[in-house]
Design a protein around this ligand. Structure first.
Ligand code: LMR
Length: 345
């Protein structure tokens, strides 16, 4: 397929959502070429992401790049583009499919348009903490989710944690009633939209790079995110109160284009997967500490009041948002929900 026809295809919204697999197949064939001199080809992995270098994802991406350099020399180069400097998450999913970038690590909340399976991770109070997420993702049902987008020509290489989400806004959110009437920035997820509607708020799907200004100008009143994102994106400067709600999870799927991945010579691909496994274990072991460090920096700044909830108040939030589970149970699958619940016990 020529570049022009790819560009035409890309600009067509019908093709963007409907003909994706077909485009990926053509790219896979192109990537495979005639198979000659494959072992000598130098491989470039462009890896854009939207968070700052010091966040859990930023550190993981840099670690992966450095280990690849150390172990594979100039046979493989990983170029990391942090802080949304190359593109936002939504565009990066398309860019991966079109072979413009070779690796992404996008929040599990943002794959709604390709699969409903990851909606599990957005159900409010699904996981009590990161350890519960880790147990689930390492279980057979959780690990099987790595392949949920194989039919779309995308292969999951690993899960990376960020952390638990906190609400921030103009007032402390000690009870769900405090959310009523507020405009909340949310990630591009139908579950998160339902979650905010459930407590009487007005959800606005928005890319991360637009949030600071939206909060500053009052285009939105409130948001939910992890401590490391609230700190690195400076939301704490423009949000008077942050409530420690721990009501949801942000984590990432590290994804490659299946055609690109299978075009890599076997020995290099298996080394890349083993570096990815090592990176994931390293990064996931320190994500909680990075978030707690960000929390301490926010407290020390005295720019935002950090509010702690009592167990009773947390229970009130949990009960208020629970109907969201029923809405999405069929699409996600009750078996997966049950498996995830067992990890939290
Ligand atoms: C967000 O958009 O708030 C998050 O997905 C950012 C991230 O990647 O952690």
């Amino acid at each position: 397929m020529s570049t022009t026809s790819l560009q035409q295809a890309r600009s067509s919204s019908v093709c963007r959502f409907g003909c994706w697999a077909l485009l990926i197949c053509s790219l896979a064939l192109t990537a495979c070429g005639d198979g000659t001199n494959k072992a000598e080809e130098k491989i470039l992995i462009k890896f854009p992401h939207v968070t700052a270098p010091g966040t859990p994802k930023g550190k993981a991406a840099d670690r992966f790049r450095d280990l690849v350099h150390e172990r594979l020399g100039d046979r493989v180069t990983v170029e990391v583009y942090p802080s949304g400097q190359l593109m936002n998450d939504d565009d990066s999913i398309d860019a991966l499919a079109f072979g413009e970038v070779q690796m992404i690590a996008v929040s599990l909340s943002k794959f709604d348009r390709l699969t409903k399976k990851y909606q599990l991770f957005d159900l409010p109070f699904m996981f009590n903490n990161i350890e519960a997420v880790e147990r689930f993702q390492s279980s057979p049902s959780g690990a099987a989710l790595l392949t949920a987008m194989n039919d779309n020509g995308l292969t999951g290489l690993g899960f990376w944690h960020n952390g638990m989400k906190q609400f921030s806004g103009p007032e402390p959110m000690t009870t769900p009633a405090a959310a009523e009437g507020l405009k909340f920035r949310i990630m591009e997820s139908d579950v998160l939209q339902a979650q905010i509607l459930q407590v009487g708020g007005n959800p606005q799907k928005m890319a991360l790079g637009e949030v600071y200004q939206a909060l500053q100008t009052g285009a939105v009143d409130a948001q939910e995110n992890t401590w490391s994102n609230i700190y690195s994106a400076k939301f704490y400067e423009v949000q008077p109160h942050i409530t420690q709600s721990n009501h949801g999870y942000i984590g990432y799927l590290v994804l490659v284009n299946s055609g690109f991945w299978s075009s890599i010579p076997d020995d290099i691909r298996s080394e890349l997967q083993s570096i990815m496994d090592e990176t994931s274990a390293w990064a996931n072991a320190q994500s909680t500490a990075i978030n707690l460090e960000a929390l301490e920096k926010i407290k020390a700044s005295e720019r935002s009041n950090v509010v702690t909830l009592t167990p009773e108040q947390i229970e009130e939030w949990r009960v208020a948002m629970r109907p969201v589970w029923t809405q999405f149970e069929e699409a996600i699958g009750s078996d997966i929900i049950e498996a995830a619940q067992q990890s939290s016990q």
